[in-house]
Design a protein around this ligand. Structure first.
Ligand SMILES: [Zn+2]
Length: 176
């Protein structure tokens, strides 16, 4: 598999640190009924955008964590191009977010859990590795995949339980 940790590619030293920050974003989402997915954009070692999934909160089908974090990064950097940036997201990006990543010229994408149903980095389709869509980012998956998948599992398990409580911090203790 291309660019997946465990296939002979050691993680960059800061990858786990920034993925933990993305996981902290993800943990905020259930507070407003959203699926826990979080994203941060980093350039030159600095955080320039951070967001969690806000689809339910905003009733906006495009309010995925990646799109919101990319918008925040473009605002903070004063331009729509994000060269030299790395985007960390807790779930493999969907086709819409892969499109936004390509449009923003994100240089590197690191995701945690794979998404075989809707992922666009090789899970369901492979937009991020498509040679026709140059320039393409470098892509690595599997960084802290376990904790990211645990957050998602806990969210959906709790939703299935009748009478399960809902609160802003209910998943906060699940961040490693
Ligand atoms: Zn998306």
């Amino acid at each position: 598999m291309r660019g997946v940790y465990g296939a002979g590619m050691p993680p960059a030293p800061d990858d786990e640190r920034w993925m933990r920050r993305a996981l902290a974003e993800a943990a905020r989402a259930p507070g407003h009924g959203d699926v826990p997915i979080g994203c941060v954009v980093v350039r030159a070692g600095e955080l320039v955008g951070a967001a969690c999934n806000e689809r339910e909160l905003r009733q906006d089908p495009t309010a995925h964590a990646e799109c919101l974090a990319i918008r925040a990064a473009a605002l903070s950097l004063g331009g729509w191009r994000l060269p030299g940036s790395t985007l960390y997201v807790t779930l493999e990006p969907c086709p819409m977010c892969a499109g936004a990543i390509l449009q923003a010229r994100v240089e590197r994408v690191v995701y945690a859990a794979p998404d075989p149903k809707a992922g666009a980095a090789g899970g369901a389709v492979d937009l991020l590795h498509d040679a026709r869509l140059a320039p393409r980012p470098r892509v690595e998956g599997g960084v802290l995949a376990g904790p990211a998948a645990d957050l998602l599992r806990a969210f959906f398990a709790e939703r299935r339980e009748p009478g399960a409580g809902r609160g802003p911090d209910r998943h906060a203790d699940r961040i490693p």
